[in-house]
Write a new protein. Structure first.
Length: 272
């Protein structure tokens, strides 16, 4: 799989750390989108867990062409490194007037890794309108660990988003985001392709770090969301600072001293 120098900026990665996802709107050209819809309708072959991304998809497939786009390749490399492996991929189709939606959930079993994350690439090959029931997600929920449908009884949260987008949009998602596929109330099928990737290298400064100390980075890391209460906001910021420290290799970075005050251990300081 070709690599790319179209790496994300520090501001973009900080936004991903705070929100749990990053949108790349309309980045896939129409010819790939058209091929993708036809391929998704037919179904895709299985890819074994742990297959290197560079060998997982034949050059004549839409997936290979999608991942070779410089903007997509650069974003993926910025978050999981130059040679991730495939966890799994799946075709998600919502039929016209389907009449039901998924429960709110986080994918896979509880995952408490503080220094690594899997990346889920969600690709929408055609326009998704409000009536088509685009993927619902809860910004900033990815570090609030839950086990799959433990949150399934929750119907709505303040600040949740229902995706609408133009054709060729890619959304890069932290594996822990709370989300669900909403029902499709239109006369048209809704298609989405999902690919989960596992990193194989330390996820430390993989992006363009030239703006690492820009004020906008701290602003992104301090972003609040409507479903937070005051105490929960502190917890989410605390957890995202821990992730940002792991991604930057900087154990001193903080937002409003939340991690600094909690990790302060005067008795462990040298008396020399």
């Amino acid at each position: 799989m070709p690599t790319s120098k179209h790496l994300l900026t520090s501001v973009q990665v900080a936004r991903f750390v705070a929100q749990g996802f990053l949108r790349l709107d309309g980045v896939v050209p129409p010819e790939i989108n058209e091929r993708a819809v036809a391929a998704l309708d037919q179904g895709l072959p299985h890819v074994s867990y742990g297959t290197p991304l560079s060998t997982a998809f034949a050059p004549d497939t839409f997936v290979h062409e999608l991942l070779a786009l410089p903007v997509v390749a650069g974003a993926v490399e910025s978050l999981v490194g130059p040679e991730p492996t495939v966890d799994h991929h799946a075709v998600h189709i919502r039929e016209p007037h389907e009449g039901h939606a998924q429960d709110l959930h986080a994918d896979a079993i509880i995952d408490v890794r503080p220094d690594a994350f899997d990346l889920q690439l969600m690709y929408y090959p055609h326009e998704v309108t409000a009536g088509m029931g685009g993927t619902l997600s809860v910004p900033g929920s990815h570090l609030r660990r839950v086990n799959e449908t433990d949150i399934g009884r929750v119907q709505n949260l303040r600040g949740q988003t229902r995706l609408t987008c133009e054709a060729g949009t890619v959304v890069l998602v932290h594996h822990g985001i709370w989300h669900s596929g909403r029902r499709n109330d239109t006369d048209h099928r809704r298609h989405m392709y999902k690919l989960r990737l596992n990193p194989t290298v330390p996820q430390v400064r993989l992006w363009d770090t030239s703006d690492l100390h820009a004020p906008a980075v701290a602003a992104e890391l301090g972003t609040g969301f409507p479903w937070y209460e005051q105490a929960t906001a502190r917890l989410e910021i605390y957890n995202r600072v821990l992730l940002w420290r792991a991604l930057t290799g900087d154990d001193l970075v903080d937002v409003d001293h939340w991690v600094t005050r909690v990790t302060n251990r005067p008795t462990q300081r040298s008396q020399a």
